[in-house]
Design a protein around this ligand. Sequence first.
Ligand code: GLP
Length: 241
Amino acid sequence: MRILLSPDAAGAGEIAATLVAASLRDLPAPVLGVATGSSPQPLYRALAARVHAGLDLSRTTAFALDEYVGLPVDHPESYHAVIAREVTAPLGLDAERVHVPEGAAADPVAAAARYEAAIVAAGGVDLQILGIGANGHIGFNEPGSDADSRTRIVELAPRTVADNSRFFDGDAGRVPTHALTQGIGTILAAREIVLVAWGESKADAVARAVEGPQTAELPASFLQRHARVTLVLDHAAASKL
Ligand code: GLP
């Protein structure tokens, strides 16, 4: 694992944006894996600035990592809505080429299989952007997720429900209990991975992901299996390494 450091989150976002732009720039039809959450925000801001300066991402196909099950796509906190607002528009992506798992599908099991097949049909992900949960989850692969797991329905961990209640007026009872997420195996199939983490609340998970044993108890530790992973961290997130 390669680790790049910056004093603060904005600097980490700049570094990560440079990596993403460099990887996608020369590909005729790039496939980008995108993540929600606060972690990639500085990266998206820095990448949006590059788009304003002439970087063209309009031919990029994008696949989001995950989506809540049972939340209508037009709910402002559905990942469909979040990706449209925070990724598709600011990065100048073509909305027709941006895919998010169908968490509101009548048959989410079939939707999971369709999503996995769509990623393969697109030629696989060239570069996957990741955040990390405080419990070490990536996507919504909670502790207990297998290294070879694929896109599927998962139950959210109590810690994740509590963490994400901030998006639902602080009311954990309004956070969906389940999600559709790419699996660890799906994520590891990306040709390159850039994980962004900042803030002290991520320091434990980052240290265990990098230095701990590979274990389903800390799903991000399976990233150690991938040959091209870069962690871009601020000093606080790196403080326990
Ligand atoms: C969310 C998302 C993850 C994200 C993580 C951390 O629930 N499903 O993709 O990486 O939790 O979120 P944040 O970056 O806001 O701390």
